[in-house]
Structures are given as C-alpha cells and as structure tokens.
Design a protein around this ligand. Structure first.
Ligand code: PAF
Length: 296
C-alpha cells in the first residue's frame, strides 16, 4: 500500500486520477480498523476507480482527554488489514499537517443537527468532526466519501457540511456491521474487558426491545425510549446515557414514533462509551432479539 503523509502529495495524486477520468472514493477513519471499515472500503471500491483511506486520530473531536489518550492505535495492524484489499493510498498525516495553525486555526461550526444527543453529551465533538472532515475532503478531493451508519448523527453533520459549504462530494452512508451477537463493530470495542464485552449486548437488546414494542403497536416515543432504557439498565454495569427517537435527517425528537424514524442510544461501560441506532420499523434486529431470548 502506498502511504502518503502530506496534503500536497495526496492532492496531486487525486487531481491526476480525476484528470484521467477516474473517480475517487474516500474512506476517512481514525484507524483501529475492523470489519465495519472494511465494508466501507469495499463499497468505495465497487463504485470508484481509486480509493483513498485516511488514518488520523483527530484530537479536536475528543471532548475527553482520557478518551483521546486511550483511543486504540496500531498503524501496522491497520496497514496489514488494508493490504489485501488493495486500496490505492493510505493517507496518514501528522498533527501539524492537519492543524498547521494549531489551536489558533479556523474551525467549522456545525449547525442545529449537531446540537442534541451526541452534541449535548460531547461538547465540541461535532465541531472537531466537521473541521477535520472539511480538511480531509480538501486533501483527498474525492467524488464520494463513505461513512458508517453506526455514527448516524455524524453522517447528518457531514451531509450538512457538504450542503452548507458546497463540497462537491457525494456522502454515502453504509450499514452498520455487527458481531454475531449483534454488537455494532466499533474501534472502542477493543477497549472492553471480557466481562464488559459480554454485557455490551445490552445495546442491541435495548434497540430490539423497542422495535418489538413498536411492532406490537406502541407509538409513544417516550414510552419506547423508556422501554429500551429499562432493558439496558437490566445489565449490571451498563449505564444509559441517552435513548431517543429522532427524525432521521434533522435529529429533532419525535413525539409519535413512525416507520423510518431513528432510535439512537449511548451507553457507558466502565470508561468505554458506545453508541448504536436502528431504523424504527426495520426488521434487521429481530434475529438478535430471537438469539437473546433463546439464551435467557
Ligand atoms: O468516524 C470517524 O472515524 C471519525 O469521526 C472521522 C469521520 C474519521 C473524522 O475524524
């Protein structure tokens, strides 16, 4: 794999490809790659002649210093995973390359979609995401960029960034990849102890309980969210941070849940914070629910 460390070199490559009529797909990551990232890379390869993967643990999107310090980093392992996929370039900039003016540099202030939920619980997080994604788009100059649906609110913040600042990039949201027991793949899963990992099934359990209640006719969003929270709280050591039902584009809260709304949640397992979501009325979690009932 070709590893590029400077924006100038990446721009030159991308410009040359595009001038030759080749499309460029871009998968931005913070490393600690897993099957979810691999599915983004494969999706990018299906529709683009060239694929760039970036690996940069972005300090400005961490509202918690400890979380930044403990974020898993293993560049060699990431490269080993990417090698068989034959991506064109891995962009691996250092801090000065991404933030030449340091703390004094300009930032992108995201709009209302960044305010609730993750925005409320992680002050400054989406400003950091919007800023780094803008810089990465200017570096990679992609036709399309791929983001995991697990970070559903991030996807909407990036869509707003593209719309409001006029980036000529198509944002593609790709379905969450799950472990056999339903846990959404996340780089942070690496930090769970064996015991916490077993309990992490609480997230998908909560989502599935609310889905089942919706299928049985419950429509009150607060009731559905409460049922999910109670289900999660039944796992000792798993603390609910929020559960909510929101409009999938604006992330405004729903009063009456409808098919297509988004059920979103965040929990804390020790010092590891995990998020997940599901589309209300979609049947994709039913098999995990069946699995858990079987085990209970
Ligand atoms: O989803 C992530 O890994 C990060 O938020 C992103 C999009 C790479 C920006 O740092």
């Amino acid at each position: 794999v070709k590893v590029v460390e400077t924006i100038a070199e990446l721009q030159a490559l991308s410009r040359a490809w595009r001038a030759g009529g080749e499309t460029v797909g871009f998968v931005p990551t913070m490393g600690a790659l897993h099957e979810g990232h691999m599915s983004l890379v494969r999706a990018a390869q299906q529709r683009n002649a060239r694929v760039i993967v970036s690996i940069f643990v972005n300090p400005t999107q961490f509202n918690d210093r400890g979380d930044f310090r403990n974020y898993p980093r293993d560049f060699d392992a990431d490269l080993a995973l990417l090698r068989p996929l034959d991506v064109d370039v891995v962009f691996h900039p250092n801090l000065d390359e991404m933030y030449p003016a340091g703390d004094a540099g300009m930032r992108v202030r995201p709009g209302p979609v960044a305010e609730p939920l993750e925005g409320e619980h992680r002050p400054g997080h989406f400003e950091g995401v919007a800023t780094v994604v803008a810089r990465l788009f200017n570096a990679a100059l992609p036709d399309r960029a791929y983001f995991g649906q697990k970070d559903a609110q991030q996807v909407q913040v990036v869509r707003a960034l593209v719309r409001d600042l006029g980036f000529p990039v198509e944002v593609v949201a790709w379905p969450t990849v799950r472990e056999a027991d339903g846990l959404a793949m996340s780089s942070r899963n690496q930090r769970l102890t064996i015991e916490q990992r077993q309990k992490a099934v609480a997230l998908v359990h909560g989502l599935a309980v609310a889905q089942a209640a919706f299928s049985a006719g419950e429509r009150d969003a607060m009731t559905l969210a409460r049922q999910a929270a109670v289900a999660i709280d039944s796992f000792p050591g798993v603390a609910v941070e929020y559960v909510a039902i929101v409009q999938p584009d604006s992330f405004a809260g729903s009063t009456n849940a409808a098919v297509g709304d988004l059920l979103v949640l965040a929990v804390q397992l020790g010092d590891v914070r995990l998020i997940d979501n599901a589309v209300i009325g979609a049947g994709d979690l039913i098999r995990y629910r069946a699995l858990q009932l079987q085990e209970a």
